[in-house]
Design a protein around this ligand. Structure first.
Ligand code: SF4
Ligand code: SF4
Length: 717
C-alpha cells in the first residue's frame, strides 16, 4: 500500500510518561498493545481501516513485541482467527466494518461464542451507521444479542475508550465470552489525547512459544451435545459473570444531575451528542453537568438489571436514548422495571425517531419533548430558540437548493480504469441489447450512478456472480456479473466462480482488476503487484497490475475455459470482447479480466517521481486531453459516456451558439479515455491529445515555435 502511516506507527511506540495525541481509532490501536494483545487480524473497511493499516505497516515493531498481525482474506477468516483464544490464554483482537463484516463473519462468530474463550477476544467493529454511512443500516447489537456476545459502546473520549479496551479484554476473560467493541464513525475520528502506558509484550507469542497443544476437551468444540451445555452456560454462568464484572469495575457510569426525579439512559457512544443537546437547551453546563442524572451504558450487552432498577427507582420519568431499530435496550429496560415493580415512566422511541442517526439536533428535539412532559416547570426557551434558528436556516438553504444546481453524485476518480469499462459496456449493449447486470461492492458500484446507471442489484461483497444464478435462467440473453479483484478474493472465487462452474452456468463475469482493494483505502492483496514488480518497470507511469497473474492462474486452475484479459482503457477491445462473451456459442462461464491500475495508486507513485524529475531540472512530459471548442457540437454525448470530473462544460465562446461546449480542465491525468471513447463511439472529432512539456530542451522550443508559426500562417488572427 502506498499510503504511509509512519507517523502513526511511531505513536504506537510511546510509553509511560508520554502523551498520545490523535484520532480515536488510533487510540484504540495503541490500547490493544497496552493490553498485551498477542495477535491482531481483520478486514479493512470504513471507519476502522486505519487500525489494520497502521498495524500492518508496524509489523517490524510488532515483531519486537511478539504480536502477530494478519491482513485477513475476509471477515470470516478474521473471526476464525479468534479461535486461538478458545484454548489458550492469549488475547486477540480483530476488526471490520459492521454490519456487513459481522454478517460475513457470522458463522465463525457463532461457533466462537458457543464454546467461549479462555484468553480475551475482542472484535472492534466500525458501526457504519447514520450520516455518511455506506452500507445497509442495521445494528451490531442484534448480532450480539442473538449470540450472547458482550457489546461495549464506549463514551467517545480517548482516555475513556483506551480504558474500555483494557477492561473489554478483562471482561471477556471474566465471562469467557468474546467481546465486541462498537465504534461509530464519529468515535473513530474524534480527536484527543491520553497518558500512555507501556506496551505489554504477550506472555505467549512468536517470541515465547508453547511446547504442547492444549489437552483435548470436547467442551471446547461447538458440536452437540457440548452445544446444549454451552447454551446453558451462556445464560447461567457467563452472562452473570459479565454482569458482576461490569458492576465491580464500574464500566457503566452514573453521572449526577440536579433533578433526582428525572433521568436519562444513553448508549455510551451517544453521550457526547446528548451532552451537546442538553447544553443547547440550557440544561447542562460546559463540563457536562446536567439537570438530569445520566446513566451511561458503556456496555449495552448485557445490561445489568440491578443497575437499571437502582437508577430508575424513585424517578418520575427516564428518557432512553438509543439509536437505531428495533429498540432492544428500551424494551429490555421496560421488562426489567416491570419485573422489579419500579413505577417509573420510560420514554424513548415515542419521542425520538425509530430510524436514522441521532445527531445533536435529533436528540435535542427529543429532549425538548421529554422535558416538556416530564418537567413542564423547566424553561426550554433556549432550546426552542436554537431549534427555531436551525429550522429557519434549513428553510433558507432549501429555498436556495430549490434552484437548479448541478448534481454532484460520488463517482470514479479522474482517470479511473473502471470508467472506460462501463463506457464499453454501454456501447456493447447497443450491439447486443440490454443485459441484466449483477453489480457488486467496490469502486465499480459508482457505475450504478449517472452517467452509467448500470447495475440491477448488489447482494454483498463478491456476491455478484452468485446473485445472478437465479436471474440467468429467466433470460434468453446472457446476464453479466461485475466484480472487482477485491471482491473476487473476498468471496467471489468460491461463492460465484466455483458455484457457476460446478453448475455449468452460462454466464459472463467481468472482473475489474485494478490491483488493490481500492474502495477500502487501496490495501494490497494477493494479486497486487509486488514492490519488486513495480520497480521492474522502466517508467512508473506504466500500469503494473498485469505483472501479477494470480487471478488468471487461479481461474484457469479451477477450470475456467473461456478467459480473456483486456486493457481497461481499450474501449473498443473491451466492447468487442463483451460482444463476443454475450454471443459466443460457448455455453459455460465466460470470464473477462479487465486490467488497469487504480489511478489513485498510480498517481501516488507517479507524482513523487515527476516532482523529483522537475526538481532535478529534467525534461518531463505530461499527456493531457482537450476539446477543440470550435469543433465541439455541443451534444455532450462524450460526457454521457464518461462522467470524468475533468471533462466538463463551459460557456460557448461562439456568440452565435448558445449551447455550452465540452472542455477538459486541469485535473486531466491523460488516461486516454476521451480519445478512446471518441473512436469507439464515433463521437465528434473535437478531442485532441496534447503533451505538456516541463523543463523543455532546445528541440522542444524549436518545435513549438515552428508549430506556432505554421498554425499562425494557416489561421491568421
Ligand atoms: S480509487 Fe482507484 S479504482 Fe477506485 S475510483 Fe479511484 S481510481 Fe478508480
Ligand atoms: S483523458 Fe478524458 S477521461 Fe481521462 S482523465 Fe483526461 S478528461 Fe478524464
Amino acid at each position: 500500500m502506498e499510503v504511509s502511516f509512519s507517523k502513526e506507527s511511531r505513536m504506537l511506540r510511546r510509553g509511560a510518561g508520554e502523551t498520545f495525541h490523535g484520532e480515536g481509532i488510533l487510540a484504540i490501536t495503541k490500547a490493544l498493545l497496552q493490553s498485551g494483545v498477542a495477535y491482531v487480524g481483520g478486514y479493512q473497511g470504513a471507519p476502522v481501516s486505519h487500525l489494520l493499516d497502521v498495524l500492518v505497516q508496524s509489523k517490524d515493531y510488532l515483531a519486537e513485541l511478539g504480536v502477530e498481525v494478519e491482513a485477513c482474506a475476509n471477515e470470516a477468516s478474521a473471526a476464525a482467527m479468534l479461535g486461538a483464544s478458545i484454548h489458550y490464554p492469549v488475547r486477540g483482537a480483530v476488526t471490520w466494518k459492521s454490519i456487513v463484516g459481522t454478517n460475513v463473519a457470522a458463522d465463525a462468530l457463532s461457533n466462537l461464542a458457543s464454546p467461549g474463550v479462555t484468553g480475551g477476544a475482542l472484535i472492534v467493529v466500525g458501526e457504519d451507521y447514520g450520516e455518511g454511512a455506506s452500507v445497509i443500516q442495521e445494528r451490531t447489537l442484534a448480532f450480539a444479542l442473538k449470540s450472547s456476545l458482550l457489546l461495549l459502546d464506549p463514551r467517545p473520549d480517548l482516555a475513556h475508550m483506551v480504558r474500555m479496551v483494557e477492561e473489554a479484554f478483562a471482561l471477556s476473560e471474566a465471562a469467557s465470552t468474546p467481546a465486541m467493541f462498537q465504534l461509530r464513525i464519529r468515535a473513530c475520528h474524534v480527536r484527543g489525547s491520553f497518558a500512555c502506558k507501556d506496551n505489554v509484550a504477550p506472555a505467549i507469542s512468536r517470541r515465547h512459544l508453547l511446547e504442547t497443544p492444549a489437552a483435548f476437551d470436547y467442551e471446547r468444540i461447538s458440536h452437540p451435545p457440548a452445544t446444549y451445555r454451552h447454551e446453558k452456560r451462556k445464560h447461567g454462568e457467563r452472562m452473570p459473570a459479565a454482569r458482576r464484572y461490569i458492576v465491580e469495575h464500574g464500566l457503566n457510569e452514573t453521572l449526577a444531575g440536579s433533578r433526582a426525579d428525572l433521568g436519562i439512559i444513553v448508549q455510551g457512544g451517544l453521550y457526547n451528542s446528548l451532552v451537546r443537546g442538553l447544553q443547547q437547551l440550557g440544561l447542562a453546563d460546559a463540563f457536562g453537568g446536567a439537570v438530569a442524572p445520566v446513566l451511561v451504558l458503556n456496555v449495552v450487552c448485557p445490561l445489568v438489571p440491578d443497575e437499571i432498577r437502582d437508577f430508575c427507582a424513585g424517578k418520575r420519568a427516564v428518557l432512553v436514548v438509543e439509536e437505531g431499530q428495533p429498540e432492544f435496550i428500551e424494551q429490555e429496560i421496560l421488562a426489567i422495571l416491570r419485573r422489579a415493580d419500579v413505577a417509573c415512566r420510560i420514554h424513548g422511541k415515542d419521542l425520538l425517531p425509530m430510524a436514522g442517526e441521532y445527531t445533536v439536533e435529533v436528540i435535542g428535539r427529543g429532549l425538548i419533548d421529554f422535558f416538556a412532559r416530564a418537567a413542564p416547570e423547566l424553561s426550554l426557551d433556549a432550546g426552542r430558540t436554537w431549534l427555531g434558528e436551525l429550522d429557519a436556516r434549513r428553510e433558507a438553504v432549501t429555498r436556495e437548493l430549490a434552484r437548479p444546481l448541478p448534481a454532484r453524485p460520488p463517482q470514479f476518480c479522474t482517470g479511473c480504469p473502471e470508467r472506460p469499462v462501463f463506457a464499453a459496456l454501454k456501447l456493447a449493449q447497443q450491439d447486443v441489447g440490454p443485459v441484466h447486470v449483477a453489480a457488486d461492492i467496490g469502486c465499480h458500484s459508482f457505475a450504478t450512478l449517472e452517467p452509467f446507471s448500470i447495475g440491477h442489484s448488489i447482494l454483498g461483497y463478491g456476491m455478484s456472480l452468485a446473485s445472478r444464478a437465479g436471474v440467468s435462467p429467466l433470460f434468453a440473453r446472457r446476464t453479466l456479473a461485475v466484480m472487482g479483484d477485491g471482491g473476487f478474493w473476498h468471496n467471489g472465487l468460491l461463492s460465484g466462480v466455483q458455484s457457476a462452474l460446478f453448475n455449468g452456468d452460462d454466464a459472463v463475469l467481468l472482473i475489474l482488476k485494478n490491483g488493490y482493494t481500492s474502495a477500502t483505502g487501496t490495501q494490497e492483496m494477493i494479486s497486487s503487484p509486488t514492490e519488486a514488480q513495480k520497480d521492474s518497470v522502466a517508467d512508473p507511469r506504466d500500469s503494473v497490475v498485469h505483472l501479477n497473474r494470480s487471478i488468471e492462474r487461479t481461474l484457469a486452475g479451477i477450470g475456467v475455459k473461456w478467459l480473456r484479459v483486456v486493457d481497461s482503457y481499450d474501449v473498443a477491445l473491451v466492447r468487442q470482447t463483451l460482444d463476443e462473451a454475450f454471443t459466443t456459442a460457448f455455453a459455460g462461464l465466460k470470464v473477462i479480466v479487465a486490467e488497469g491500475e487504480c489511478q489513485l495508486e498510480r498517481q501516488r507513485r507517479v507524482k513523487p517521481w515527476r516532482a523529483a524529475m522537475l526538481k532535478a531540472g529534467r525534461r518531463s512530459v505530461r499527456v493531457k486531453y482537450g476539446v477543440d471548442e470550435d469543433v465541439c457540437s455541443g451534444d455532450h454525448s462524450c460526457i454521457r459516456l464518461s462522467g470524468c470530473p475533468t471533462l466538463t462544460l463551459k460557456a460557448n465562446p461562439d456568440p452565435l451558439r448558445v449551447d455550452p461546449v465540452a472542455t477538459v480542465i486541469d485535473g486531466c491525468v491523460g488516461c486516454g479515455l476521451c480519445g478512446e471513447n471518441a473512436h469507439a463511439a464515433a463521437l465528434c472529432p473535437s478531442f485532441y491529445r496534447g503533451e505538456v512539456i516541463q523543463n523543455p530542451r532546445w528541440r522542444d522550443r524549436l518545435a513549438a515555435r515552428l508549430r506556432q508559426a505554421v498554425i499562425g500562417w494557416m489561421q491568421p488572427a
